[in-house]
Design a protein around this ligand. Structure first.
Ligand code: HEM
Length: 155
C-alpha cells in the first residue's frame, strides 16, 4: 500500500526535482547594436552619413582622394563592433588613420575641432533622417566622442 502511494507520487517528485534544477537564464540587456536595428540600420546610417559628408563644404575636400567603398566598409565594421555587434573592425586605429605619418595617402593632416564637429553634425543629420531615437543617438555619440583626441591635430 505504501509503495503504491509512493509510486503515484513519483512523477510529482521528479517534476519538482527537475524544476529545482532549472538554471535561471541571465536576463541580458540588448546591445546598442541590436537596439539600433542591427547591421542593416547601421549600414543605412553610414550610407546617409557619407552622402552628407560629400555635400558638406567644411570637410568634403578631405575625402576627394579617399577610397569611398573601403572607408564605408570600415565605418560599418567600426560602428557595428563598437556598439556590441558581431563585426570585427580591421582598419587602422583612429590615431593611425588620421595622421599622414601612418596614413600617407590620406588628406588627414591637422584635422580641426571645427571639422570634427562638422563630421559629427553630418552623422546626427543622417540619424535624424533615418529616425534613430535621440537616446540611441546619444549613446552612439558617447562612444565616438572620446576618439576626438586621436583624430584632431595630428601632423
Ligand atoms: C568620430 C569621428 C571619426 C571616426 C569614427 C572616423 C573613422 C574613420 C575610419 C574608420 C577610417 C578608415 C581607416 C582605415 O582606412 O583603416 C577613417 C579614415 C579617414 N578619416 Fe576619419 N573618422 C572620424 C573623424 C574624421 C574627421 C573629423 C575627418 C576630417 C574632417 C576625417 C577624415 C578622414 C579621412 C580623410 C580618412 C582617410 C580616407 C582615405 O583616404 O581612404 N575623419 N576615418
Amino acid at each position: 500500500m505504501k509503495t503504491t502511494k509512493l509510486l503515484t507520487l513519483l512523477p510529482l517528485i521528479a517534476a519538482l526535482f527537475f524544476l529545482s534544477c532549472k538554471k535561471e537564464e541571465p536576463e541580458l540587456e540588448p546591445t546598442l547594436y541590436e537596439r539600433l536595428g542591427g547591421i542593416s540600420a547601421i549600414t543605412a546610417v553610414v550610407d546617409q552619413f557619407l552622402v552628407n559628408v560629400i555635400n558638406d563644404p567644411v570637410i568634403n575636400h578631405r575625402f576627394t582622394t579617399a577610397n569611398g567603398e573601403a572607408l564605408r566598409l570600415h565605418l560599418i565594421d567600426q560602428i557595428c563592433e563598437a556598439t556590441g555587434g558581431p563585426c570585427i573592425y580591421k582598419g587602422l586605429s583612429m590615431k593611425e588613420a588620421h595622421s599622414t605619418a601612418t596614413n600617407p595617402g590620406a588628406n588627414v593632416a591637422n584635422i580641426t575641432d571645427e571639422e570634427f564637429n562638422a563630421l559629427v553634425g553630418d552623422l546626427v543629420m543622417a540619424m535624424n533622417t533615418l529616425n534613430v531615437p535621440a537616446d540611441l543617438q546619444n549613446e552612439l555619440l558617447a562612444i565616438l566622442a572620446p576618439m576626438k583626441d586621436d583624430i584632431v591635430g595630428n601632423p
